[in-house]
Design a protein around this ligand. Structure first.
Ligand code: FES
Length: 217
């Protein structure tokens, strides 16, 4: 799908939000992905034109950050954290099970375009390791069986709730939220749970506090 006039107008809107318009490049690339499912050469050229940058400068950013994809992403992006803690608690097994179930490897879309699978780095969600993301929404404490169940339900078109966020939509919808975060979904789902507060509770019970800046330990 070619970049629409409406999207170009929204790019200009993003550029106007920052003192230096080039700061809008990151959300603009998400906007490109929301329309095209990847960062295409056309998307790069359009961002460059709107921001007065060279295509090489935009390409440098688009190829540096792993959230920008230079080839088509499936309807649903599945990320499995295989960083240290998730890995030792089962992340590798979850990734292997999904890879076998979907018949794809790292950063590959399925033949029907329904899913893409990616090994992802630590999501700062180690409390609930191993974690998986679906269109960047968290699925906590997954197992190979529960991860495959999520994928099967999505394939059947069923509603799937993320563990602590809104119901799963699709990759391109999430990309639009990353470009324009005011999507009205910020308060959906449980963002904090008992497991995440355990450390705070322990610190309070033991009169522990964090040192203030500059304080000697
Ligand atoms: S190691 Fe997986 S979320 Fe931190």
């Amino acid at each position: 799908m070619a970049i629409s006039e409406q999207t170009i107008e929204r790019m200009r809107e993003l550029a106007g939000l920052y003192p230096k318009s080039r700061s809008a490049l990151l959300p603009m690339l998400h906007l490109v992905q929301s329309e095209q499912g990847e960062v295409t050469a056309e998307g790069i050229a359009t961002c460059a034109k709107v921001l007065g940058l060279s295509p090489a400068e935009v390409t440098g950013v688009a190829t540096f950050y792993t959230m920008y994809k230079r080839k088509p992403v499936g309807k649903h992006h599945i990320g499995v954290c295989t960083n240290t803690l998730c890995s030792v608690l089962g992340g590798d097994a979850v990734y292997d099970a999904l890879s076998e179930h979907l018949g794809v490897g790292h950063n590959e879309p399925t033949a029907d375009g329904g899913f893409s699978l990616e090994r992802i780095e630590c999501q700062a969600a180690c409390t609930h390791a191993p974690v998986m993301t679906v269109d960047w929404e968290f699925m906590d404490d997954v197992t190979p069986a529960s991860a495959i169940d999520v994928v099967e339900r999505l394939a059947r078109g069923e509603r799937v709730e993320s563990t602590r966020g809104p119901a799963i939509r699709d990759f391109q919808s999430t990309e639009l939220s990353l470009a324009f975060p005011d999507d009205g979904l910020a308060h959906e789902g449980n963002s904090v749970d008992e497991k995440m507060l355990a450390g705070l509770r322990y610190a309070k019970e033991h009169n522990m506090s964090a040192p203030t800046a500059g304080q000697e330990s």
